[in-house]
Every structure is written in C-alpha cells, then in structure tokens.
Design a binder for this molecule. Structure first.
Ligand code: DAH
Length: 353
C-alpha cells in the first residue's frame, strides 16, 4: 500500500506544470492532513514490530518525496523557466542542478540599486562657491540663530526703523528664550569684519527664515548668498565686474547687468541688480514678464556705520556688499516655477536633477 502511495505521488509530482500544482501535490501527501502524514500519525496504534517496519518505510518515502518536490521546485524557479546553460563556466550545461544546489545565473543582468543624489539647491550652491573661489573669495558659514544686534542694529537698522517691521526683513521669527532666526545672511558681514582684517573677499551661502504667507515665490525657509569685498579702493565698477563674471560663468552665456538705485539701510548708495533675461536674451518673454530683465539681487557700497560696527575705519576702508536668493537662482537656472517644490520631498520633482 505504501509503495502504491509512493508511485502515485512521484507520478503526480512529475506531471505538475507550475509551482501552484506542485504545492497542491505536496499538501495532498505531506501536508498536515496529507496521506503520508496520516500513515505516520497512525504508527502509534500498531504493534511494535509493525511500527518499526512501516515507520522506516514511510519515513524513507517521505524523504524521497520531499526531495522530488524540492527538485521540481528548483526547476520552476530557475531563471526564465528554462534550465540555463552554465557550460561556458564549466557548469552543468542544460541540466537541473543536483538537489541542494541553488541557481546562480552569473549571466543574468544585474538589478540597478536606487541611489540618492544632491538637491538642486545644493548643486547650485556648490557651483556658486566654485565660481567665487576662483575669484579669490572665501566661503564662510554663520549661525542660523542670531541676535538682534547682528541681524539689525549693527547693520544700521535700529529699533523703530521701518525696515525692522515693514520690509520683509521685519518678518522675523523671534525665539522665546531671546534671539531670533536670522532673516538674512547680512549679519555675517559684521561677524566676519570683527574677526578678519581687510582686504576682505568672502561669500556666505546659508539658510534664512521669514514669516511669510507662502506662495509660488515665497517660502518661510530659503537660502541666501551674501557677498562682501573690502579694500582701500574697491568700487561700484569692481562690483559690476565681479557680478557680471559670476553670472556669465553661472549661466554660461553672455549677460548684461544693470544697476538700479534702491534703498537698504546697510549700504549707501544701494542698488537693485537686474540681468538680461537668460531665456529670451533681452527680447521679452513670460519669464521676464516681457521686460527683458530679471531682478537678481540687492547690493551697494557698505554704509560707513556698518564698517564701524565691524571695527573698521570708514576713512581707510570701503567696499561693496550684495545679497541674493539661492532658491531664485536655482529656479531661473532650471526653470522651476514654484519655490515650494524645493522642500516638498516630491520624488517626481527631485529625480529630475
Ligand atoms: N539682506 C537683504 C535682504 O535680505 C539683501 C541685501 C541687499 C544684501 C543689499 C546686501 C545688500 O548685502 O547690499 O533683503
């Protein structure tokens, strides 16, 4: 009877065409209520002699069936359902591997692992740093938690000054325990002057924080780039040359730069800088609102009071400062139309860089 069971099981195993069928056969004979399992369970009711004989035979059949099922299973799981050829490698060409051996198809194409990459703003920050370093500027870092003194007072923005609460500079996150989140990178002008003697050439890329009702061009958290150059005779002409060199290097095309009079408390005179539109080259398009120009940054000659705050004698030293948004620079470069995408964590956006 046991022999019959074995023959049937082997036949059925051999006849299976797919994994599902094989599993069904396995369950029919070797599962919890399987036919062979029943035999093994009933051993306890037999006499000692019978138990020994039947037990030995049944266990042997069990091992044989498990092996046959295992072999068939490996056949189904072998790559692309066929038996791959390993002959090139001295393998067992065209044969199912012997039981207990797992397939390793060394010729199968690999699976590309997902790897991360740099954020677009980081890419732009690094490129900007390289360009300014090539012009002799140092790259420096500063604290994101600042004092009122560095964020305002030392920059000629005294308490009660309209710039303190009317301009966007005034939309500041104050901290309960004192201090504030810097609303611009300009405080680093003072910190740097305090510690370094001129001539000075430095840039500060970094995070800034502002209370904003966010929209496609405003975020509460964005990145700025501050620049400072001080010497005995550093002029507006030097500023224009440096910034033009930077923009042309960054956008890799020739660019016109225009200075418009403007007001910032920490510079005199102060300017707003426009560059010729990188997309329509000054002809007028949607990106530059048909003006041919794109607003890029604020700048000016450092105010004597600011030089004094930094411990420098305004009679001996002069220079320029500028500040721009790295987010904006990134948006222009990659034609991104919503600043909120940067911190959205949306992989469909990030994977494009
Ligand atoms: N700190 C200004 C802002 O956040 C930008 C700025 C304007 C920086 C003029 C400068 C400057 O250094 O000279 O709006």
């Amino acid at each position: 009877m046991l022999n019959q069971l074995k023959q049937n099981a082997l036949k059925e195993i051999a006849a299976t065409k797919e994994l599902k069928g094989l599993d069904a056969v396995y369950r029919r004979y070797l599962g919890r209520k399987g036919e062979l399992t029943k035999v093994l369970r009933s051993l306890k009711d037999l006499s000692e002699k019978e138990r020994k004989e039947t037990g030995t035979a049944a266990n042997e059949i069990k091992r044989g069936l498990e092996e046959a099922v295992g072999e068939k299973r490996r056949e189904f799981l072998a790559p692309s359902g066929k038996t791959p050829s390993l002959s090139r490698f001295g393998g067992t060409s065209g044969k199912t591997p012997p039981s207990g051996v797992n397939w390793l198809d060394v010729t199968a194409p690999g699976v590309k692992p997902a790897v991360g990459h740099l954020h677009p703003i980081t890419l732009v920050q690094r490129q900007v740093e390289d360009i300014f370093q090539s012009m002799g500027f140092s790259v420096v870092d500063g604290p994101e938690v600042e004092t009122e003194y560095y964020n305002f007072d030392a920059l000629n923005i005294p308490p009660g000054h309209p710039a303190r609460d009317v301009l966007s500079l005034g939309r500041t996150f104050y901290l309960k325990k004192g201090g504030l989140m810097r609303s611009h990178t300009s405080p680093m002008q003072i910190r740097y002057m305090e510690k370094h003697n001129p001539p000075i050439r430095m840039i500060v890329p970094g995070k800034v924080f502002r209370v904003e009702a966010t929209d496609s061009s405003h975020e509460t958290n964005f990145y700025q780039l501050e620049g400072l150059m001080i010497g005995k005779d550093v002029s507006v002409a030097n500023f224009k040359a440096v910034i033009q060199e930077f923009l042309e290097n960054f956008f890799k095309k020739s660019i016109k730069v225009k200075l418009r009079p403007s007001y910032f408390p920490f510079v005199e005179p102060g300017f707003e800088i426009d560059m010729s539109c990188t997309m329509c080259v000054g002809k007028g398009c949607a990106a530059c609102k048909y003006s041919g120009w794109i607003e890029m940054m604020g700048a000016g000659m450092i105010h004597p009071k600011v030089l004094k705050s930094g411990g420098l004698d305004p009679k001996k030293w002069q220079g320029f400062a500028f500040g721009m948004s790295l987010d904006r620079l990134t948006m222009i470069k990659y034609r991104i139309n919503d600043i909120r995408l940067f911190h959205s964590g949306d992989l469909r956006f990030l994977q494009q860089f």
